[in-house]
Design a protein around this ligand. Structure first.
Ligand code: AP5
Length: 217
């Protein structure tokens, strides 16, 4: 498949991380701002503690801190296919990324009720693997924990933060002709199949575009 840069937009619990992990096993670099921030929040520094506080309240971390983290990772993985998971989350973040080539922005559609149900069952392996205590339980002997922001009141706040910005972010990518919808309520395998189809289409569009550019005088 052609080298692509992909964005996953969607509410908490819609399965962005699960699908981004699948893509990382196919050679994509998975850039999750949530994971980068959780790592940063383990530091005893003032910055680390400030990030932890915001995440525990379900708020959004200020854009300038996000840009610092993302910039660093993008420089390290320059030239590799990237999947952005949970970034951009604000119009300012989307504008910041617009100097970078994005091939497709997948919006994960799911109801709040389904997302909340999933979040209530989520646990994480120490290696970052994502499990569901009922449908995809951690294998015996595997250690796991719940994320510090996996509590019902915080889920509600995170969903609200997301829904407030969803329409403007979708419009931003729709105007660029990059927005594609994923029915995230389906099973993990079916969602992965939808994404595979979207990426194939995006890949052939990108190939046609570069062929046209090569032909033009
Ligand atoms: P972040 O870590 O990005 O969380 P999120 O976007 O809220 O999304 P989640 O990770 O909760 O859900 P997901 O969609 O990845 O679902 P998952 O695959 O885990 O952000 C956390 C916080 O960091 C934010 O609140 C904010 O404070 C801060 N932050 C992050 N990015 C920021 C940014 N750009 N700007 C400012 N602040 C930022 O799946 C969920 C569960 O469902 C799992 O149990 C899984 O097994 C299950 N599941 C997945 N897919 C399916 C399926 N198809 N069917 C059934 N079950 C499924």
């Amino acid at each position: 498949m052609k080298h692509l840069n992909v964005i996953f937009l969607g509410p908490p619990g819609s399965g962005k991380g699960t699908q981004a992990q699948k893509l990382s096993s196919q050679g994509f670099i998975h850039i999750s701002t949530g994971d980068l921030l959780r790592r940063e929040a383990t530091a005893a520094s003032h910055k680390g503690q400030a990030i932890l506080q915001i995440m525990r309240q379900g708020g959004l971390v200020p854009d300038h801190l996000i840009f610092e983290l993302i910039d660093d990772v993008m420089i390290r993985h320059c030239g590799a296919p990237l999947v952005f998971d949970g970034f951009p989350r604000t119009l300012n973040q989307a504008a910041w990324l617009s100097s970078f080539r994005v091939d497709v922005a997948c919006i994960f559609k799911i109801s709040d009720a389904e997302a909340l149900g999933r979040l209530g069952r989520r646990v994480m392996g120490l290696d970052g693997a994502i499990y569901d205590t009922e449908r995809l339980p951690p294998p015996p002997g595997v250690q796991y924990l719940r994320r510090a922001d996996d509590a019902y009141a915080i889920h509600i706040e995170r969903l609200q933060q997301y829904r407030e910005r969803e329409a403007e972010l979708c419009s931003f990518y729709a105007r660029k002709g990059l927005l594609r919808t994923v029915d995230a309520s389906q099973s993990c395998d079916r969602v992965a199949k939808q994404i595979e189809t979207l990426l194939k289409l995006a890949g052939s569009l990108a190939e046609k575009k570069s062929a046209r550019l090569a032909e033009s005088p």
